[in-house]
Write a protein that binds this ligand. Structure first.
Ligand code: AMP
Length: 216
């Protein structure tokens, strides 16, 4: 099973991907995570992407499609892929079709997480992760059980993404509206889109996604 999770920044794509990885043994392919790793490692791709990401703009279609292609080539052919944050433009959607065909995979479902944009700004600007294991938290909605200590691994260092400030979030949302939302009709025409209320609780969204995949 290969699926795309589509939705503006903060819609819960990463959180729901983690659930799918845990419960269905799928693999999350997040171009945002791959790019952040490249920035951290100082690779040529990271050097190109750093400032673009800090502004909340989109990295080139060629770069992100190359990253996805390489990840698919490296993973087991029977492991399902969750595309998280990719494709983000019509060109990327076309490239994904070609990449999937090359890897003998087909796209089973596109899950669109529908969300209220103003609520998203609060979600995004309050989120932080464990610096050691990457577990996700939120200053208002999901504090660690013991303040200052990660529930999952006990680490005491946390970090925030540099692009999770309000100004950059607004640019990221504008990019989503202008370039990503318009690719939905491509998948609607194929009858593979399921819309889910992304403002529901994490558990409710997970259940709705499970249902959509069971009937795909
Ligand atoms: P994300 O973690 O998905 O919110 O992505 C963080 C940033 O990485 C975005 O704001 C873009 O600058 C860049 N990025 C991630 N995925 C893509 C993509 N598919 N196409 C272009 N830029 C991307």
């Amino acid at each position: 099973m290969n699926i795309i999770l589509l939705g503006p920044p903060g819609a819960g794509k990463g959180t729901q991907s983690a659930q799918l990885v845990k419960h269905h043994g799928m693999r999350q392919l997040s171009t945002g995570d791959m790019l952040r790793a490249a920035v951290k490692a100082g690779t040529p791709i990271g050097l190109k992407a750093k400032e673009i990401m800090e502004r909340g703009e989109l990295v080139s279609d060629e770069i992100v499609s190359g990253l996805i292609d390489a990840e698919l080539a490296a993973m087991g052919e029977h492991v399902g892929a969750i595309f998280d944050g990719y494709p983000r433009t019509a060109v990327q959607a076309e490239k994904l079709d070609a990449i999937l065909a090359r890897h003998d995979r087909r796209l089973d479902r596109v899950i669109e997480l529908e969300v209220d944009e103003d609520a998203l700004v609060e979600r995004i600007t309050g989120r932080f992760t464990c610096a050691r294991c990457g577990a996700s938290y939120h200053v208002r909605f999901m504090q660690p059980e013991t303040a200052g200590t990660c529930d999952k691994c006990g680490a005491t260092e946390f970090k925030r993404r540099p692009d999770d400030n309000e100004e950059t979030v607004r640019t990221r949302m504008a990019e989503y509206r202008a370039k990503t939302a318009p690719i939905l009709p491509i998948y609607e025409a194929r009858g593979i889109v399921t819309r889910i209320d992304g403002m529901a609780s994490i558990e409710e969204v997970t259940t709705a996604i499970d249902h959509a995949l069971a009937t795909a």
